[in-house]
Design a binder for this molecule. Structure first.
Ligand SMILES: CC(C)(COP(=O)(O)OP(=O)(O)OC[C@H]1O[C@@H](n2cnc3c(N)ncnc32)[C@H](O)[C@@H]1OP(=O)(O)O)[C@@H](O)C(=O)NCCC(=O)NCCS
Length: 185
């Protein structure tokens, strides 16, 4: 391989950790990623996507790891109990460079729903942008109907909790996504 080709080859991390965001570094990265995706990329919000739900929500992050240590926050989602037993997930985001690796978004959803299940959820709901409905269906969610939110078409959706066993871990496994479309040098 030519030196120039090696220089241009993107760094593709092989290890990710999905965990409840607890440290200041994790929380700062979680909010920065949300701003990047929902303000800068999608223009759903102008400058800041925070709202009153953040006062009580549990933040969850995905970080790519270097030498086994979390290096950069590349995924986010939050969960909160909207009414007794009814939990909701929102602000699911994966950094654009780390999408479609086949796991990160899916693992954030798994961590979100299984954590809520472990905290007593009997239903888990989300309002999902229309272009992501198929993604959620494939992860055992069903549509409850269409709604408009932030002027965009969405579906109210519900997770099949039998597919998301309750757990109380604050961290899930390290992942080694294998992108099918990228050649291994
Ligand atoms: C939606 C989002 C979180 C998905 O994250 P991701 O890390 O790319 O998802 P994954 O890699 O875990 O995807 C798992 C599978 O679903 C597929 N998939 C991902 N996004 C999809 C979509 N929008 N529609 C259909 N399938 C999708 C992947 O190709 C993969 O399929 P495979 O297992 O056959 O390869 C990410 O695209 C994102 O952050 N988008 C911008 C913000 C956003 O839309 N948030 C959601 C608001 S509801």
């Amino acid at each position: 391989m030519m030196f120039e080709e090696m220089e241009n080859r993107p760094f593709i991390p092989t290890e990710y950790v999905v965990r409840l965001a607890q440290t200041p570094w994790e929380r700062a990265g979680y909010h920065a990623l949300r701003r990047d995706v929902f303000c800068t990329e999608q223009h759903v919000f102008e400058y800041d996507d925070r709202d009153s739900i953040d006062e009580t929500a549990i933040p969850i992050i995905a970080a790519c790891c270097v030498a086994g240590m979390p290096d950069r926050i590349v995924g986010a989602v939050r969960i909160h109990e909207a009414e007794p037993g009814v939990w909701r997930g929102s602000r699911l985001a994966v950094h654009a460079d780390h999408r479609k690796l086949g796991r990160i978004g899916a693992e954030l959803i798994r961590m979100a729903v299984s954590t809520a299940h472990g905290l007593g959820a009997i239903r888990f709901l989300a309002t999902v942008q229309e272009q992501n409905v198929l993604f959620f269906r494939r992860l055992h969610w069903k549509s409850l109907g269409t709604i408009t939110l932030h002027d965009l078409p969405h579906h109210g959706m519900e997770a099949d909790l039998s597919r998301y066993p309750a757990h109380g871990f604050d961290q899930t496994w390290l992942l080694r996504p294998q992108p099918r479309s990228r050649q291994v040098a």
